[in-house]
Structure formats: structure tokens, C-alpha cells
Design a protein around this ligand. Structure first.
Ligand SMILES: *[C@@H]1O[C@H](CO)[C@@H](O)[C@H](O)[C@H]1NC(C)=O
Ligand SMILES: *[C@@H]1O[C@H](CO)[C@@H](O)[C@H](O)[C@H]1NC(C)=O
Ligand SMILES: [Cu+2]
Length: 159
């Protein structure tokens, strides 16, 4: 009896962990520049290099709104540090951008010469969302096969 209840609580713990992990895997929040935020002379290329961005993830630009902004630009503008009145400008100082589509995304700061001379430019490549139902169903089939194995093991112990 003791072993069966500890097995089932362990199984419940495992199932809950899998569910938590798979929900975490569905969307990630990225704080751009980590604790430095969106600022002068930070290497955002290096920051982005080891990260994988998916549709549904969020970029959080955290900065002093008196000094900086975030402008969504295209590849040419990114290279040239240029923008027009058509470009979307974010300027709250705490801008969350949910990545809605796959492909390259470019962001610059349009204040002063921050883009050209102070590396305030970020380019990322957004990949397709990880198939949401797949981790859940493979997790639950894993749980199902583990609980099947536990039942067989318990039956063997109890008989
Ligand atoms: C980027 O935007 C500018 C201004 O709207 C436009 O002239 C240019 O052709 C665009 N470049 C690309 C690669 O889309
Ligand atoms: C933006 O994202 C950050 C980090 O996930 C979160 O703490 C903050 O509350 C969000 N802000 C808004 C306005 O959604
Ligand atoms: Cu700036």
C-alpha cells in the first residue's frame, strides 16, 4: 500500500512536471539585452546568437524612454540605420512585442546616432511555433505508457 501510494504520487508529480515543461516550451519571453536592457553599446548580435525565437514568443524591450525607442524596420533600413514616417515606433520604455510571423525581424533605436554608432540594432530570425499539440500528446502518451508499466509492475508485486 505504501509503495503504491508513493508510486502514484511520483507519477502525479512527473505528469505535472511534464505539463509545466510543455507549457513553458510553448512561449518564451526574451528580455532584450537581459539585465542591461535596450541601451547604448551592447552587442545585440551576440545576445541573439545563441537564442532560438519562435512564433508566439515575446521580446521585451526595457529602456529609459527619455533616451531610446524601438523602431521596426526592414533589412535595408537596418543596414543603413534609416527609417521613414511609415515605420512603426514603440516608445513606452517597456515594449513587449509578440512575434507573430516567421522570418527576419529588424529593430533599431532611432534616437541620435544610437543605431549607427552605438549598436542599438537587433536582428532576429523567427522560426515556426513548436507544434503545440505534439509535446502535450507525446507527454501524455509517455505518461500513459509509464502508468501502464507501473500497473504491470504493481500487479506483479501484489500477486
Ligand atoms: C525598406 O523600406 C524602405 C522604405 O519604406 C523601402 O524604400 C525599401 O525598399 C524597403 N526595403 C526592403 C528590402 O523591403
Ligand atoms: C512584458 O513582458 C515582461 C516579461 O515577460 C513582463 O514582466 C511585463 O509585465 C510585460 N509587460 C506588459 C505591458 O505586458
Ligand atoms: Cu537609443
Amino acid at each position: 500500500m505504501a509503495s503504491s501510494s508513493s508510486s502514484s504520487s511520483r507519477l502525479a508529480f512527473f505528469a505535472i512536471s511534464v505539463l509545466l515543461l510543455s507549457s513553458l516550451a510553448m512561449a518564451t519571453d526574451f528580455v532584450v539585452g537581459d539585465d542591461k536592457g535596450w541601451t547604448l553599446d551592447f552587442d545585440y548580435t551576440a545576445w541573439a546568437q545563441d537564442k532560438v525565437f519562435h512564433v508566439g514568443d515575446t521580446l521585451w524591450f526595457n529602456y529609459a524612454k527619455a533616451n531610446h525607442n524601438v523602431v521596426k524596420v526592414n533589412g535595408t533600413q537596418f543596414k543603413d540605420c534609416s527609417f521613414t514616417a511609415e515605420n512603426e515606433v514603440l516608445s513606452t520604455g517597456k515594449d513587449n512585442i509578440t512575434l507573430k510571423a516567421e522570418g527576419r525581424k529588424w529593430y533599431i533605436c532611432s534616437r541620435g546616432n544610437h543605431c549607427a554608432n552605438h549598436q542599438m540594432k537587433l536582428v532576429i530570425t523567427v522560426e515556426a511555433a513548436p507544434p503545440a499539440p505534439a509535446p502535450t500528446s507525446s507527454a501524455s502518451s509517455l505518461v500513459a505508457s509509464l502508468s501502464g508499466a507501473l500497473i504491470v509492475a504493481l500487479a506483479a508485486i501484489l500477486s
